[in-house]
Design a protein around this ligand. Structure first.
Ligand SMILES: [Zn+2]
Length: 95
């Protein structure tokens, strides 16, 4: 079940954080790179006592907060083969 509260909870996982690439601080514009898709899926669909919720927490630890703007820059850099920026984690997922 996709509730409004779960969507808010997901955004609040960024509380007090900022984009690790450019420093953008607005939580609603941040995503967990590179595991956001799976984290979002798990947090929206499963309750706090589920295994999936725990998995999402582990994936958050393995991700960095980045803003949507930087995510798009990264996506483009990977497409044209210029992913030389050392601030990004080595894991590469294009989706
Ligand atoms: Zn950024």
């Amino acid at each position: 079940m996709y509730t409004k509260q779960r969507r808010i909870d997901l955004i609040q996982t960024f509380e007090g954080l900022e984009c690790e690439i450019c420093g953008h601080p607005e939580v609603q514009n941040l995503i967990w790179y590179p595991h956001h898709k799976k984290i979002r899926h798990n947090l929206l669909r499963f309750g706090k006592r589920s295994e999936e919720f725990e998995d999402a927490k582990k994936l958050i630890e393995q991700s960095i907060p980045v803003c949507l703007h930087c995510r798009e820059d990264r996506y483009y850099a990977l497409l044209i083969g210029e992913d030389k920026d050392p601030r990004w984690p080595m894991i590469i997922i294009i989706d």
